[in-house]
Design a protein around this ligand. Structure first.
Ligand code: CP
Ligand code: NVA
Length: 305
């Protein structure tokens, strides 16, 4: 595996291969089995947006793998003063063995991979959030014992999470039903991938129809990082779109709730349903660590899947 730029670059079998290694690394961590597979290697982590989970799980993960991670805020490195992505890719490749980046434009991540000579991992862009969705699929498989044939439902904004969930879910054989308010649909590029899966993908403005008989329900914030100026307009457009007890009632009785976090209680999610499913949601957050360790090993050992 050379890079993790977006999930549509991977086949379903490759995604499942990452999840298998993630399960193994989680087992090794829980049982104190050494797995220092990246001894002596350094990961540079560029952040142009805030983060709790991504930053801490990558840094802890590199340490557990015997390597080192370096936090590079764009406020502190020359990237924030106008040094280009191309120049940054060239110079960082001389020092580190891999680069993780959280930024705005997907094209910046692709350019980093093009002009650098080390693996690049996407830690979230406006377009997608592949590391999160690998952790999500890992968590669903832990709880449900399988992925193929399950119905995934996403309610809310057609944002980076929506784009990655629909690609990831479809690639591993799930049915994906997505409900967004009008004009908040997922990105056309992600939708083009989804259309290849025929009636396995449903896009609707009817959130109750999307939730019907779902095995797992996802939601995410109404206003993503970088969209703060639209907060008021979005609050208006998403009024009534909360995942709450009424909506959960349309799903299967054993439905599982997932949220990438941070969550906004009383906005996209009702606090009572969140608290009922808090274990599954924080297992999902924990699995960021294990899924990303798998990605780091596969990219930085340059292992094929
Ligand atoms: N879910 C997620 O990526 O969280 P952070 O923004 O805290 O990294
Ligand atoms: N859609 C959210 C996800 C945060 C992890 C955002 O981009 O802000």
């Amino acid at each position: 595996m050379n890079h993790l730029l977006k999930l549509s670059d991977l086949t379903g079998a490759e995604i499942l291969g990452i999840l298998d290694l993630a399960d193994q690394l989680k087992y090794e961590k829980k049982h104190g089995i050494p797995h220092e597979r990246l001894k002596g290697k350094t990961l540079g982590m560029i952040f142009e947006k805030s983060s709790t989970r991504t930053r801490v799980s990558f840094e802890a993960g590199m340490f557990q793998l015997g390597g080192h991670a370096m936090f590079l805020s764009s406020r502190d490195i020359q990237l924030g003063r106008g040094e280009t992505i191309k120049a940054t890719a060239r110079v960082l490749s001389r020092y580190v063995d891999g680069i993780m980046i959280r930024t705005f434009e997907q094209s910046d991540v692709e350019q980093l991979a093009q002009f650098g000579s080390v693996p690049v991992i996407n830690g979230l862009t406006d377009y997608c959030h592949p590391c999160q969705v690998l952790a999500d699929l890992m968590t669903i498989r832990e709880y449900k014992g399988k992925l193929e044939g399950l119905k995934m439902c996403y309610i809310g904004d057609g944002n980076n999470m929506a784009n990655s969930l629909l690609v990831g879910g479809l690639r591993v054989g799930m049915t994906v039903a997505m409900a967004t308010p009008e004009s908040y649909e997922p990105d056309p590029q992600a939708l083009a991938v989804a259309r290849e899966y025929g009636d396995k993908f449903i896009l609707t403005n009817d959130r109750f129809a999307a939730a019907k008989d779902a095995d797992v329900i996802f939601t995410d914030v109404w206003t993503s990082m970088g969209q703060e100026a639209e907060t008021a307009a979005r609050a208006k457009a998403f009024a009534g779109w909360q995942v709450n007890r009424e909506l959960m009632g349309y799903a299967k009785p054993d439905v599982m709730l997932q949220h990438c976090l941070p969550a906004h209680m009383g906005e996209e999610i009702a606090e009572d349903v969140f608290e009922e499913q808090v274990d599954a949601i924080y297992d999902e957050a924990e699995n960021r660590l294990h899924a990303q360790k798998a990605v780091l090993v596969l990219c930085m050992e340059n292992k094929s899947l």
